[in-house]
Design a protein around this ligand. Structure first.
Ligand SMILES: C[S@@+](CC[C@H](N)C(=O)[O-])C[C@H]1O[C@@H](n2cnc3c(N)ncnc32)[C@H](O)[C@@H]1O
Length: 214
């Protein structure tokens, strides 16, 4: 494990993260879990990777499903440890990897579904798209949540959780059109594109892609 100790995510405790994400003026934890429930609705992936899995938000929608392999990746060891405590028993097929995504590798064509919600904001877009494209089976799905710029709300909302402020210097909002072009270059074809809006004024692009057969 080669974690970059400069990464601000390593300095945000699980308690602060969840406190911030469920604060009344943020409310993103619930929204992200609901988005993942929607992604799972009507599909039956046998192998899933959840990139930037935090403490396992949304994993509750996987319990009792006929899934052979579930992999969660996150850079923060405390999030991984909380996630393991919450879900190891309920999801015996779960494998958790504490690693920087830039160092993670899986064999080609491993997954039917790769979910990456509010993760591209913190990693190199091309790097991760090219990895996901290889890791997906032909016909496999990549589901992505991107935070959209807002005129009324800062990229990182103010809450009493001071440690979260360190994200202000690293978060990069991605233009969904630019993202679509980059994804297409990696053989990922957009299939659905929706907007999720929060009361705070923040909006999110919720996009699904299918990995073309080469
Ligand atoms: C906003 S949270 C993701 C929310 C989560 N996907 C959900 O649906 O609730 C971003 C997560 O990405 C992780 N992360 C950020 N940069 C990373 C990197 N380079 N490698 C692995 N994980 C990273 C953070 O530790 C954090 O848990």
């Amino acid at each position: 494990m080669k974690l970059n100790s400069q990464n601000p995510w390593l300095k945000i405790s699980a308690e602060d993260y969840e406190g911030h994400m469920s604060a009344p003026n943020v409310m993103q934890l619930k929204m992200l879990s609901e988005i993942f429930a929607d992604v799972m609705n009507g599909i039956s992936p046998k192998s899933i990777a959840f990139l930037g899995c935090t403490t396992g938000n949304g994993f509750e929608h996987l319990i009792g499903k006929d899934i052979e392999q579930i992999v969660g990746v996150d850079i923060n060891p405390e999030y991984i440890s909380v996630c393991r405590k919450r879900f190891a028993e309920k999801l015996p097929q779960l494998k958790l990897i504490c690693e920087d995504l830039s160092n993670v590798n899986f064999p080609d064509s491993t997954f039917d579904l790769i979910h990456a919600a509010l993760v591209f904001e913190y990693v190199d877009t091309d790097m991760l798209l090219s990895k996901i494209s290889k890791w997906l089976k032909p016909g496999g799905i990549m589901s992505v949540v991107l935070q959209l710029p807002s005129e009324t709300s800062a990229p990182v909302t103010e809450t009493p959780f001071e440690s979260i402020k360190s994200l202000v210097s690293v978060i990069k909002l991605i233009d969904p059109l630019e993202f679509k072009t980059l994804a297409q270059k990696q053989g990922l074809e957009e299939t659905t594109n929706e907007i999720a809006k929060l009361k705070s004024g923040k909006s999110f692009s919720v996009i699904k892609y299918m990995r073309k057969a080469f």
